[in-house]
Design a protein around this ligand. Structure first.
Ligand SMILES: Cc1ncc(COP(=O)(O)O)c(C=O)c1O
Length: 384
């Protein structure tokens, strides 16, 4: 059965009493288990780069670094956090559709591999460096994408990467650059995908794209970055991703594409960090309103915005109360009717009851609207 909660009830109660509520807690053991399960399923020609945006907590970064992870950053703030890990050169990547000059300078100083999202990235880097600099080119593919949810935005117009049809013109312009050389391909085309066969199909299409670029433009890639998008269950009935199948699919692709002799990169965020996190918040009051039973909690979309963005709630349990079938609308304390964490069935609730939201280790607090209404920012507890 899926384990949607990194901590049992006794540990949740202990953490809430010790650190106060609301709070986030992250399990080092759960983070490590998730990393190891995926790493073990992958061949040594697949690099695993943790997408820091999922959760930049120093405990998580240090644990993944100690397990050999590389890191995918998307801002100067993330670069600085990864810089503090003192990793060898080659283990950090920098993506993002709007990179500023200060960020590119920082990336160059750290020896980070930049995922260029357009000619501007290439030209700016070229002007900032005086030595040969390898970059990866992020391409926004033309193929239709089954994302699961629309975080990346399908195959229509996109702010990310170079549109596939514009690649030839970009390569022509890039030929005049003095120092910057395209040595890798980057495609990100999935989000929270739990179906291994769909993810493997996307990986296959990316390798085909790489082959076309190799055949038509002679681009011999050192790296092909397949992005993240590895999904996790947010409900008991959802199957976990079959990582062995993902690993096997990548090995098959490497065998089927002998023209490519470099390394593949996966950059998952949600898959690696999601399961290790639990968010703890108490019920402040119950309100019955015209047929709807609201449980108003200490925190809402200021701490967890994903249910509002995707319509999918985080799994929730009432600590010490077991299962229940009373319908509740979970509301936060903010002065907006958008502040909802889901419509769920729970045992009867009363003020003071402790709720635990599982799988909140990725896109949890760091995605929330923490400054809205100036509630104190909840502590994040690293449980080693
Ligand atoms: C460039 C890039 N890499 C990796 C990720 C991580 O995605 P996920 O958490 O779905 O694996 C994202 C997410 O938006 C991204 O934009």
């Amino acid at each position: 059965m899926n384990n949607l909660f990194a901590f049992d009830d006794a540990t949740c109660r202990h953490l809430a009493e010790k650190h106060g509520t609301p709070c986030f807690a992250y399990s080092g053991a759960a983070a490590e288990a998730q990393f190891t399960a995926l790493r073990t399923a992958l061949s040594s020609r697949v690099r695993l780069a943790y997408a820091v945006k999922a959760n930049p907590h120093p405990g998580i970064l240090a644990r993944f670094a100690s397990l050999g992870a590389s890191f995918d950053c998307a801002s100067i703030g993330e670069l600085m956090r990864v810089d503090a890990l003192l990793l060898p050169v080659g283990r950090t990547f920098f993506a993002g559709p709007g990179k500023r000059e200060t960020e590119l300078r920082k990336a160059l100083a750290m020896g980070v591999r930049v995922q260029a999202e357009g000619f501007e990235d290439l030209a700016r880097l070229d002007a900032l460096t005086d030595r040969e600099t390898a970059v990866n080119l992020r391409v926004h593919p033309a193929f239709e994408i089954d994302e699961g949810n629309r975080i990346i935005g399908g195959s229509g117009p996109s702010a990310f990467g170079v549109d596939e049809e514009d690649v030839p013109a970009l390569l022509q312009r890039a030929a005049d650059l003095r120092h910057v050389r395209i040595r890798g391909l980057h495609v990100f085309a999935a989000s929270n995908q739990r179906d291994a066969s769909k993810l493997s199909a996307i990986h296959g299409v990316v390798l085909e794209l790489g082959k076309r670029l190799y055949d038509t433009h002679g681009l011999a890639f050192e790296q092909i970055d397949l992005g993240g998008g590895l999904g996790i269950p947010y409900a008991l009935e959802q199957n976990p991703l079959d990582v062995k199948m993902i690993g096997q699919g990548l090995s098959n692709l490497l065998a089927a594409h002998p023209w490519f002799t470099g390394e593949l990169i996966l950059e998952p965020g949600r898959f690696l960090a999601g399961p290790c996190g639990v968010y703890l918040a108490r019920v402040v009051r119950i309100k019955e309103s015209r047929g709807t039973r609201f449980a108003i909690l200490e925190g809402g979309i200021n701490h967890l915005i994903r249910p509002l963005l995707t319509g999918e709630p985080f799994p929730v349990k009432v600590v010490g109360k077991g299962e229940g079938d009373l319908p509740y609308t979970l509301a936060g304390p903010l002065c907006t009717s958008l502040d909802r964490l889901g419509d769920v069935c729970l045992p009867e609730l009363a003020a003071g009851d402790l709720l635990a939201f599982g799988s909140t280790g990725a896109y949890g607090l760091n995605e929330g609207m923490t400054h809205f209404l100036s509630h104190p920012v909840p502590p994040e507890v690293w449980v080693n």
